[in-house]
Design a protein around this ligand. Structure first.
Ligand code: JFZ
Length: 456
C-alpha cells in the first residue's frame, strides 16, 4: 500500500472519527479531522504552545513490577525495575501472582498531583500500561488489570485524572502499544520466553492494543499527551491501525515512539541531554535514581543540584524535562524523590520565570552556566559565581537597559561594556543560591551577538 493510499485511508478514517468527535465533542471538528502532517505551522504552534511553555513534567512508572521491586528468587535482578519479568525470564503465570500483592492502599492521587505542582511541573505522564501488559485502568478487554487482578480492585487512573483536573495539571499516558509480555502475540524485546506469550501480533493489536488505547483516550477526560513506547516489531501497517485513535483527543501531543516511521510531535532523548538544542520539539526523560519502576535497593539518587542544572541546561537548549518517579506497591512516592521535588520547587518558586515559556540560549557556550531567553530579556543562570564578582557576557552587542537578580528585582546591578564585544555585570560578593542564581538582562532590540550578521 503506497503512502498516498495509506494517507487517503488515514484522512478518511480521521474524517470518520472527526464526525464522531463533532457529534460527541462540539467544536472539535475543525481540529480533529486534520492529521498533524496536514496542519499548518500556525495550527501546530497553537497545539504545541502549552507544552513548549510548560518545559517541566513528571513521569510516573507504576505497576505490578513494584512488588518484586528488583528482587526475584531472592536475587537482585540488574537493570531497570520495570523490566524484571523480561530480564529474569519470569513465566507469565508466575509473574501474574505478584498482582495479588499489588494493593496500593496508601495511594493518594491528590497528594501526587500537589507534589508535582509544588515542584513546578505542569504536566504528568503515567504508565497506563507498561511492557508487562498490566493495565492500571479498568480495561474491558482483559482481566490483567488493576480491577480484576489485584486486591485493590479499583481503577488507578480515574483518581489521578480528577486530581489533575482539580489542580490544573495536564495529564498524559505512557502506553506500551507493541510490547506486551502477558497477552498472546504481544511483542517482547529479546523474544518470547514462555509459550503462553506466543500468538499473532496483529490479533493482539486488534483485540488488546486498539481497544485499550481507545479506553484511555475516552474514559479519563482531557488527555494532553500520548507517550507511545517501544516500537518493537511495529511497522507502518500496525501503526496505521493505532494512530487514527489520537483523534479521540483533539489537540493531543504524541511522541516519536509509535513506530511505522511516524515522528510524532516531539523526540525523546532518554537518560541524556543533547549537546546542543535539536531542530524539532524534544523532551529528555530521566530517572532520579537508576530505575524507572520502583526497586527497593536502588539508592543512587541524583542530587537536587544536578536535577536543577539538568532542567536549566535542557531549557537553555529549548527542550522539555520529563523527570520520573517510581512509586511503591503501597502507593507511595519514595521519600528521596519527594525531598528532591520539594527542593526543586523552592528554586522554581523564585526562578520559574527563567524557565517557563523561554526559548533557547543565543550563546554557544558560557563558562559560568547557562542562558534562557524571552523577547528583550536574557536570563543568565550562574552556576559558578565569579570570584571577582565580575560576570562576563561574551559577544553581546545589544545595549543592556537594566540588569538585576531575578530574586531581587529592585536592586539594579552595574553594567559596563569593556569593548563592543563584552558586557560585564558587577555582582554582589556572594550568590543568592549556590545551585543557580539568575541574573536578568533587559536588552534593547532583538538579540545581536558578535560575528552575527542577522539579529535573532
Ligand atoms: C523504554 C522502556 O523500555 C523503559 O522501561 C522505560 O519506560 C523508558 C522510558 O523507555 O526504554 C527505552 C526505550 C528506548 C530506548 C532505550 C530505553 N532507546 O531508544 O534507546
Amino acid at each position: 500500500m503506497n503512502d498516498k493510499t495509506s494517507q487517503r485511508i488515514f484522512v478518511n478514517q480521521a474524517i470518520v472519527i472527526g464526525v464522531l468527535c463533532a457529534l460527541t465533542f462540539p467544536g472539535c471538528a475543525q481540529i480533529a479531522t486534520k492529521p498533524p502532517e496536514l496542519e499548518t505551522k500556525q495550527q501546530r504552534d497553537k497545539r504545541m504552545a502549552w507544552w513548549r511553555e510548560a518545559r517541566f513534567g513528571m513521569f510516573i512508572h507504576w505497576g505490578v513490577y513494584s512488588v518484586p521491586a528488583g528482587i526475584y528468587k531472592d536475587k537482585k535482578i540488574p537493570g531497570i525495575g520495570e523490566w524484571i519479568m523480561n530480564r529474569a525470564r519470569i513465566p507469565v503465570a508466575e509473574y501474574k501472582k505478584y498482582a495479588k500483592q499489588f494493593n496500593p492502599v496508601k495511594y493518594n492521587p491528590d497528594e501526587w498531583v500537589r507534589l508535582a505542582k509544588e515542584a513546578g511541573m505542569k504536566y504528568i505522564v503515567i504508565t497506563s500500561k507498561h511492557h508487562d501488559g498490566f493495565a492500571l485502568f479498568d480495561s474491558k478487554v482483559t482481566n490483567w488489570d488493576v480491577v480484576d487482578a489485584t486486591p485493590y480492585g479499583k481503577d488507578l487512573l480515574k483518581g489521578l485524572a480528577a486530581a489533575c483536573k482539580k489542580h490544573g495539571i495536564k495529564l498524559g499516558f505512557y502506553h506500551s502499544q507493541a510490547q506486551d509480555w502477558c497477552h498472546p502475540g504481544g511483542a517482547a524485546s529479546g523474544g518470547h520466553w514462555d509459550k503462553a506469550q506466543n500468538g499473532d501480533m496483529d490479533k493482539y493489536i486488534r483485540e488488546i492494543a486498539v481497544p485499550q488505547v481507545r479506553e484511555i483516550l475516552t474514559n479519563y477526560g482531557d488527555i494532553a499527551v500520548l507517550w507511545w513506547d517501544t516500537p518493537t516489531n511495529m511497522n507502518k501497517k500496525r501503526a496505521d491501525v493505532l494512530r487514527p485513535l489520537i483523534h479521540l483527543q483533539p489537540g493531543i501531543i504524541t511522541n516519536n515512539r509509535l513506530g511505522g516511521g511516524y515522528r510524532g510531535d516531539f523526540s525523546t532523548p532518554e537518560q541524556h541531554i543533547p549537546a546542543t538544542g535539536l531542530d524539532y520539539d524534544w523532551e529528555t526523560c530521566m530517572t532520579m535514581n537508576g530505575t524507572w519502576g520502583y526497586k527497593s535497593y536502588d539508592h543512587d539518587w541524583k542530587s537536587t543540584e544536578t536535577l536543577i542544572h539538568n532542567l536549566v541546561d535542557i531549557a537553555s537548549k529549548g527542550g522539555n524535562y520529563l523527570l520520573n518517579v517510581g512509586p511503591t506497591s503501597e502507593g507511595l512516592i519514595p521519600e528521596p524523590s519527594v525531598i528532591r521535588l520539594k527542593e526543586i520547587g523552592k528554586w522554581m518558586k523564585v526562578n520559574g520565570e527563567s524557565i517557563y515559556g523561554t526559548s533557547a540560549s543565543p550563546f554557544r557556550k558560557l563558562d559560568w552556566g547557562r542562558c534562557t531567553a524571552k523577547p528583550g530579556k536574557l536570563y543568565l543562570h550562574v552556576f559558578d559565581w565569579p570570584a571577582n564578582g565580575k560576570l562576563e557576557v561574551p559577544g553581546l552587542r545589544n545595549k543592556v537597559k537594566k540588569a538585576y537578580l531575578l530574586a531581587e528585582k529592585k536592586h539594579e546591578l552595574a553594567v559596563t561594556r569593556e569593548d563592543k564585544d563584552k558586557v560585564v555585570i558587577t555582582l554582589p560578593p556572594k550568590s543568592l543560591d549556590a545551585i543557580d542564581t539568575v541574573v536578568v538582562l533587559e536588552i534593547k532590540g532583538k538579540i545581536k551577538l558578535r560575528g552575527e550578521t542577522k539579529t535573532k
